[in-house]
Write a new protein. Structure first.
Length: 241
């Protein structure tokens, strides 16, 4: 740490030259030996969509990224186990919601959120990182969604064990709809208006997944599937004429 600070001051012209002290410190290869977990954590961030979009450590963790003083840079309440921490498990939805507000508005209506906030459940409800990870975040797909849902929903817990298969089936339908969309898109300008409406419906459906009401999502998916399939059939029939 001190070697790195000296190097920054020696070549960067003092603390005023520090653009981001979090990066200046945590990118050090020294952590490969002294704290491999922290090194990997930083590399995951750098490769993530958050890193690519310049969403930095301070945006989620707080602190001060303009000082090379360790205590000042880290600030207060940065440990995940601290109740006041922005990345405490119970606080993560609010932190993510600073950018992902539509998803948060849906999530707070869900049973998952209620379990996260119930004292008797001790904050065991799933939050954003349960499904998406924290740094190199991911979208769930047909190959991954069941594995995530099965953490809670399985025959052993008897907690709605049908949900993993139900979620997988819905994402399969989502993929089918996207296949129809690509077919329709290839028809050119004639179908731009339809595709524009379809894209809005799919975006709204993606948001509604955060309600975790699979019956509702199923009805919405079925409606979009019907409309899109009918459009595809109409195009095929027109080609025959």
């Amino acid at each position: 740490m001190w070697v790195l600070v000296v190097a920054v001051f020696a070549f960067g012209g003092g603390e005023e030259a520090v653009k981001d002290s979090c990066i200046a410190c945590h990118q050090s290869n020294d952590f490969l030996v002294t704290n491999k977990k922290l090194y990997t954590y930083f590399q995951d961030w750098r490769a993530s969509v958050h890193g690519q979009e310049d969403i930095g450590c301070m945006d989620c963790h707080g602190g001060d990224n303009k000082t090379m003083d360790k205590d000042q840079a880290h600030g207060k309440d940065m440990e995940t186990g601290t109740k006041a921490s922005a990345v405490n498990f119970e606080n993560i939805p609010k932190t993510c919601g600073h950018c992902h507000d539509d998803q948060l508005n849906a999530y707070v209506q869900s049973e998952h959120f209620q379990h996260l906030k119930k004292e008797e459940d001790e904050g065991r409800g799933p939050n954003c990182v349960t499904c998406h990870g924290s740094l190199n975040s991911r979208k769930l797909n047909v190959n991954t969604v069941a594995r995530v849902c099965e953490q809670c929903h399985n025959s052993e817990t008897d907690n709605h064990p049908q949900i993993p298969d139900q979620a997988t089936a819905l994402l399969n339908d989502f993929n089918t709809i996207n296949g129809y969309r690509r077919f329709i898109m290839r028809r050119g300008e004639d179908e731009r208006a339809f595709v524009s409406i379809l894209d809005k419906d799919l975006a709204a459906l993606s948001i509604d997944w955060h309600l975790f009401d699979l019956d509702r999502i199923g009805m919405q998916t079925e409606k979009i599937m019907k409309t899109t399939k009918e459009k595809r059939s109409a195009i095929l029939n027109k080609d025959k004429d």
